[in-house]
Ligand binder design. Structure first.
Ligand SMILES: Cc1cc2nc3c(=O)[nH]c(=O)nc-3n(C[C@H](O)[C@H](O)[C@H](O)COP(=O)(O)OP(=O)(O)OC[C@H]3O[C@@H](n4cnc5c(N)ncnc54)[C@H](O)[C@@H]3O)c2cc1C
Ligand SMILES: *[C@@H]1O[C@H](CO)[C@@H](O)[C@H](O)[C@H]1NC(C)=O
Ligand SMILES: *[C@@H]1O[C@H](CO)[C@@H](O)[C@H](O)[C@H]1NC(C)=O
Ligand SMILES: *[C@@H]1O[C@H](CO)[C@@H](O)[C@H](O)[C@H]1NC(C)=O
Ligand SMILES: *[C@@H]1O[C@H](CO)[C@@H](O)[C@H](O)[C@H]1NC(C)=O
Ligand SMILES: *[C@@H]1O[C@H](CO)[C@@H](O)[C@H](O)[C@H]1NC(C)=O
Length: 508
């Protein structure tokens, strides 16, 4: 594998060229004011609206989960159909101004900050759902949120893979692969795509399918999609809810002395990638004074599919470790987000707070020494630097048979063999702490990486902080980089979609 040429491909030089371009566009070529209201307004459908700063709808459209990765927006175009999206893209290109599609507002990669005085294409009205007659696929609007997918399908006795948080977009996660509770059965969200309707950089509306003339674009949309177009609708596979669709939940909180025993057990639980398909977990390391007033502690929630109460063979090992608290819950699939605090009124769905920056790495197993070292660094840094006191480390262990069953070369998502998603999540309020946050997050990520004993570092695009070398995000295979940058050249030669883990255009 050509490591040397890879380094050239992702060199700072290329990045610098991107940045200069986007600054230049906004400084020189920007004229909005009254003009866009009438000039673009005339080209849009009756259902569309245009908002400027000061309007309540502008505030709502631009509110962010995190200030980290916040784009700078001058005008919001609230689109009502796919043609509005296409017209807005054409208008932006005619005036050489940056544009970005926004849906759930939860993206937080630093490259989104390179939008300066941009047009936001607000997708939230594109939230339709149509289930096919046969009932094995559904077509969703490109601005639908996860909870709208989950609830509308549930009402029809159906479900599909979505992200685990009610208020993120369905497609924001999906275009980077898309992890969720049902992936062990059905693969990633993107693995369930049947066809997409996409507005590409030229403002053309394209139907993108695995076997049609746009088959390579289909491949790219499954993992690198944010770089290639705006999805106005997607048809995805859906599945019958089995039985009553019941799930059981337990949440355990442990003091830090249990760390080694817990992660040792989670390695057994993970079973070298063959974790039982009906069980999964999400753990956090954070300060929870109720659990331990001095040290950080560890909480974990465990979910089991298809039961009214958790099987003792699932819960006993966790209970036997001696948690400080245990919470239990059970009920229908649609209630999971209440137990896990990812529903619409949860903190995870609140917008307008401070900075939240993630420093992610994928793992296959836990290295107990690395877990302890990271824990100690987290404890010391949050003690020395109380501005980071609300930070946490997230460790997600979904089952993965469905993800691993798919040929890795068949989609742009490169990391199918990794089973654990780890993120150091640094939370703070003041922009002056950004550099220290980055140093803190990267330090913990380096410890996790050293603990893998591998040269390659794997990062999930949708969690990336924004400074990662591109091969960590899109894969170390040289052919992936050639293919992706050639596809950029074909579909986005002027690099309009350069705000989300941007892929260089071949030859540019
Ligand atoms: C609390 C929380 C929970 C999360 N849970 C999960 C999870 O369970 N699984 C998972 O995989 N990820 C998860 N993520 C990460 C998530 O995938 C990203 O944050 C994603 O960018 C969110 O999409 P959004 O629409 O909410 O954000 P936005 O900020 O609105 O969009 C993010 C990016 O996606 C692009 N985009 C959005 N919609 C479209 C579209 N229709 N067509 C083209 N581009 C589009 C935007 O242009 C932008 O570049 C989570 C994030 C948070 C903050
Ligand atoms: C903005 O969002 C808030 C919270 O969701 C909502 O209550 C309010 O009505 C919205 N404002 C407008 C003008 O839609
Ligand atoms: C905000 O949007 C709502 C719904 O489209 C609309 O009724 C309202 O008039 C808008 N408010 C402003 C201040 O533009
Ligand atoms: C975007 O940036 C401009 C210029 O730096 C600034 O004046 C404006 O307030 C910013 N817009 C928002 C909504 O923050
Ligand atoms: C969200 O979940 C909490 C419990 O975690 C619950 O109190 C609240 O009512 C739920 N909100 C909605 C909108 O269901
Ligand atoms: C942010 O930090 C700087 C430097 O530490 C400090 O001067 C400033 O008051 C802080 N601002 C806020 C809003 O806390």
């Amino acid at each position: 594998m050509g490591m040397k040429s890879l380094k050239v491909w992702v060199s700072g030089l290329i990045y610098a060229a991107f940045l200069r371009e986007s600054y230049a566009l906004s400084a020189d070529a920007y004229r909005f004011g009254d003009d866009i209201g009438s000039a673009l307004g005339r080209r849009l459908s009756n259902g569309a609206s245009i908002y400027f700063p000061g309007n309540d709808n502008f505030s709502n459209a631009t509110a962010r989960w995190s200030q980290w990765g916040k784009p700078n927006i001058s005008v919001v175009v609230e689109v009502a159909n796919q043609w509005d999206v296409a017209e807005t893209v054409k208008y932006a290109n005619e005036h050489d101004v940056p544009f970005i599609a926004i849906n759930g507002g939860h993206g937080n990669i630093k490259s989104m900050e390179n939008v300066h005085q941009g047009i936001e294409i607000w997708l939230h009205k594109l939230n339709t759902v149509a289930i096919s007659d046969v009932g094995d696929t559904a077509t969703f609007g490109g601005g639908i949120l996860s909870h709208e997918v989950i609830e509308s399908l549930w009402a029809a006795g159906k479900q599909t893979v979505t992200g685990v948080c009610d208020c993120t977009g369905f497609l924001g996660p999906a275009l980077g692969g898309g992890h969720g509770y049902l992936q062990g059965r059905h693969g990633l969200i993107a693995d369930n795509f049947v066809s997409l309707e996409v507005v590409t950089a030229d403002g053309e509306l394209r139907i993108v399918t695995p076997y049609g003339p746009e088959s390579e674009l289909f491949w790219a949309m499954q993992g690198a999609g944010h770089n290639f177009g705006i999805v106005t609708s997607v048809t995805s596979k859906i599945y019958d809810v089995q039985g009553e669709g019941l799930w059981a939940f337990e949440r355990y909180s442990y003091t830090q002395d249990k760390l080694e025993a817990l992660f040792d057990y989670l390695n057994i639980f993970g079973n070298d990638g063959n974790q039982r398909v009906d069980v999964m977990y999400w753990a956090t390391i954070s300060h929870e004074p109720d659990v331990d007033p001095t040290n950080p502690s560890i909480s974990i929630f465990v979910l089991q599919e298809g039961v009214a109460a958790m099987d003792p063979d699932v819960s006993a090992p966790f209970r036997n470790l001696g948690p400080v608290t245990v919470n239990t819950n059970s009920g229908p699939y649609v209630d999971i987000s209440k137990w896990t605090e990812f529903n619409m009124t949860s903190r995870a769905c609140r917008k307008g707070g401070g900075y939240i920056a993630r420093f992610p790495i994928n793992l296959k197993n836990y290295n107990l020494e690395a877990q302890r070292t990271v824990f100690d660094v987290f404890a010391a840094e949050t003690l020395d630097n109380p501005v980071f006191g609300h930070s946490n480390i997230m460790l997600e262990g979904y089952s993965s048979q469905g993800v691993r069953a798919i040929n890795e070369a068949s989609t742009a998502y490169p990391h199918r063999q990794d089973t654990i998603l780890v993120s150091s999540v640094i939370i703070f309020d003041n922009a002056t702490d950004r550099a220290a946050a980055e140093a803190f997050g990267n330090r913990m990520r380096d410890i996790f990486h050293d603990g893998t004993g591998e040269d390659e570092k794997h990062v999930y695009v949708n969690y990336a902080s924004g400074d990662e070398p591109l091969e960590t995000i899109y894969g170390y295979d040289w052919w992936r980089h050639i293919k992706l940058s050639e596809l950029k050249k074909k579909y986005d030669p002027h690099n309009r979609f350069r705000y989300y883990a941007p892929i260089p255009v071949a030859g540019l």
